[in-house]
Design a protein around this ligand. Sequence first.
Ligand SMILES: NC(=O)c1ccc[n+]([C@@H]2O[C@H](COP(=O)([O-])OP(=O)(O)OC[C@H]3O[C@@H](n4cnc5c(N)ncnc54)[C@H](O)[C@@H]3O)[C@@H](O)[C@H]2O)c1
Length: 369
Amino acid sequence: MIINYKINNEIHNIVISDTIKKNIVSQVEKVKSDKKILLVYDNNINLDIIKVIQNEFKIIGVDLVSVRISGKKKNKNYKILLKIIDVLISNQFTKNSILVSCGGGVVGDLSNFAASIYLRGMVYFHIPTTMTAIVDSCIGGKTAINYKNVINSIGTYYHPKSVLIFKEIIDNLPEREYLAGIPEIIKCGLIKKTSLLKFIENFHTEIKERKFKILKKVIFETLKVKIYYFKKDIYEKNIRLNLNFGHTFAHAIEMATDKYIKKDFFRHGEAVGLGMMCEIYYSYQKDSKLLNYVKQILDLYQLPTKILSEKNFKDKAKIQSEIYKAIFLDKKKLNRYPRYINMKKKFKPNIKEIKNFNLINLTIKKFLN
Ligand SMILES: NC(=O)c1ccc[n+]([C@@H]2O[C@H](COP(=O)([O-])OP(=O)(O)OC[C@H]3O[C@@H](n4cnc5c(N)ncnc54)[C@H](O)[C@@H]3O)[C@@H](O)[C@H]2O)c1
């Protein structure tokens, strides 16, 4: 399966395939390059997969340098970014060299950022390896590092020339990294009318079993929703903001739990599931059919629908107040009010300011435990 899309008259593509073999090299051979490749990969990926990728490059005589990175959120920082840039400089990579990243959202965002700033932009390919990266972060061109405990505070917009999604990688993913991508699929199903929600409900057994025939259709449809939004608004001034549904609360939940419980307490996608529930509740100011519906789908995939369980945190008041404060770090805000995606009905997302401070607290409390 191939999706082609154009940005500034240049074609970019996404390949969804059963096998790594031949598919990477055919994409590399399509672009004009000096055949020097920096492979940045997540050190949690099965090494056999990395070896297959490295071998493919060797077969076509690429000059290959590899760097391993630990794909933890705490590593999405300027030190690791500069580590990648140092390798590019010391190996005399050019603008026509290719940076290929193989990892989840952390390795992807970092590598994409490095590719966008090294010599003001080099060729970039991405092989996403978590479900969040496969259905969301691999396209759209948002690059970032976290700084001063603020998620994605520094970054650019720079699009991968090619994204390569492989069955072997999905089959090898740990269960948590697989399921954590489901909320981003639900999000795309909720913000645009497609067959996605029906798929995710009706084929939940097949999806949980990673049946690739079904899964590739779900990935395809999800990425098409994302392309629909970002192509119309590359720099996220208006319609693209809808892709942030759930993210104002999700980022606040991630920041607070990362700081006060432990790093990576929630995967980004898990927090997005919770964030969507919070934003639906905030939109309606009470329980609603839509809220129950989203909870039911998250339950089908054993995803969190509460922020804390009794055993994992004693100081609930502290967490509540930290989430509240973190809401005000929202990057979408244009003045003192954070913004969120209002969703009273399926397929009707709408960016709005959060002005009811009391309701923020009620919302956090509702989903705390
Ligand atoms: N650029 C965007 O549009 C965008 C969109 C969504 C999320 N993000 C960013 O993505 C990040 C979250 O992404 P994520 O959930 O993929 O997190 P991640 O990259 O931290 O990966 C989660 C965990 O899975 C491990 N891992 C990755 N691939 C693996 C594999 N194949 N096998 C075994 N383990 C593997 C990682 O080492 C890590 O421990 C956040 O930083 C978020 O801000 C960016």
